[in-house]
Design a protein around this ligand. Sequence first.
Ligand SMILES: [Zn+2]
Length: 104
Amino acid sequence: MTVRAVLRYVTYLLRKDETAEDEFAARCVWGDETECGAESGNMQTPEEVHDWQVKHTEETRHNRYRRVRADYQLWVPTEHVPPAERHPSNPQGLEPAKVDRVKV
Ligand SMILES: [Zn+2]
């Protein structure tokens, strides 16, 4: 039995996924031993989070928040990856790759 494999490296770059909106959220961390824990939920703009914070502070006088901004990223191959080299369990065709840090 002969087993043959062709392996090669493909360079990928990490890019922002422009098809997905950024998400913003805040959680009230006011309190010494136990924090309030009230959460804004995911919002589409920082202004919406700001408005939620203003309302929560007006209602409770709580004034300390943990705010997060989340975005989506994609590893994008810098060259065409033939379908035969794609891993069947990954619908996006990602394969074992050599990853170099590249500043963009
Ligand atoms: Zn609170």
